[in-house]
Design a protein around this ligand. Structure first.
Ligand SMILES: [Mn+2]
Length: 313
């Protein structure tokens, strides 16, 4: 089976439909299908973009009918925790309703809060696996980390069938092993900058940690190890990286696809067997929705990206 992997969509349904068309998918009985390929989505269907419902109306029938697979993004995880009451304190939710959290989730809430299908939509998010391995291919929203995955499988055997209350609560408690595992898989590996330094993120908030190229043993400085938009790189210190930023990910290991990192360059491989497909379709201007057409190769090919430009808003 051949797969078309599609990066973070964030409410941009027009670009999703255009990309599916470009990849040769067409609607049959209400579901986008390809005669001999399947889609794998990398998560982050929601938040930020203009058509929260439209995206779910396209991807859910594909996933529910087997025309596509998907992993969970950090935005779906956050949505579940935002909706769910803390079992130890019914006055609050597992993701507290602070201004910052509400703002990040605002357009999704506008579309679903108070509507009859809000709870059922959250239930569906809980069926998305944290990671996926099929036919020599690995998929996770931000970081492939065997140790964390092993831990989650041992302690929560149904981890990838359904995000149950046990795991959801544990993963919402800062400091737990579950929290660290889910953070790493869904948000990437982060390293603190030296001497309390910070840089402004895309929303202008100061960040004291950088997301790192967790597969890259060659990176020697914080700036080289940084994984994110090129426009931010010059703000990252050039000091020798004083922290362990590496997860052993061999060049011989199966290819892994991630989303999440808001890249803003031309779509290109991160390593011969690592590709990120998040090229900021939800950015304030520009941005692309990116796919990779995979036909079984272990060494990935820069010629196999397909994308649609969002263009100026
Ligand atoms: Mn993400």
């Amino acid at each position: 089976m051949s797969y078309d992997l599609i990066g973070d969509i964030h409410g941009h349904s027009a670009q999703l439909m255009e990309l599916l068309g470009e990849l040769g998918y067409s609607k049959v009985d209400g579901v986008y299908r390809h005669p001999d390929r399947r889609v794998i989505f990398l998560g982050d269907f929601i938040d930020r973009g203009p058509d929260q419902r439209g995206v779910l109306e396209t991807v859910r029938p594909m996933i529910d009918s087997g025309a596509a697979l998907s992993v969970m993004g950090n935005h779906e995880f956050n949505a579940i925790a935002y909706y769910t009451l803390d079992p130890d304190d019914h006055n609050r939710h597992l993701r507290v309703h602070f201004e910052k959290n509400r703002k990040q989730h605002e357009v999704f809430l506008e579309a679903f809060e108070g509507k009859s299908d809000y709870g059922e939509t959250i239930e569906w998010f809980r069926t998305l696996p944290l990671w996926l391995e099929v036919e020599g291919l690995r998929v996770v929203h931000a970081c492939w980390d065997d140790e964390h995955m092993q831990f989650l499988k041992e302690t929560h055997p149904c981890v990838n069938a359904y995000l149950d209350d046990d795991l959801l609560v544990a993963a919402s408690r800062k400091g737990s092993k579950e929290y660290e595992a889910v953070e790493t898989l869904l948000k990437g590996m982060e390293v603190a900058l030296p001497n309390g330094r910070s840089f402004p993120d895309k929303d202008g908030n100061p960040r004291h940690n950088v997301r790192v190229r967790w597969f890259d043993g060659e990176a020697a400085t914080y700036q080289e190890a940084f994984l994110g938009p090129e426009t931010a790189r010059s703000h990252i210190p050039e000091d020798t990286i004083g922290a362990d930023h590496i997860i052993q990910y061999s060049h011989d290991a199966p290819p892994v696809f991630v989303g999440h990192y808001w890249l803003d360059s031309e779509p290109a491989l991160l390593a011969s067997n690592v590709a990120c497909l998040d090229y900021s379709v939800a950015a304030k201007s520009g941005g692309r929705l990116v796919a990779y057409r995979w036909d079984g190769e272990q060494q990935l090919d820069n010629g196999k990206f397909v994308f649609v430009e969002k263009g100026p808003d």
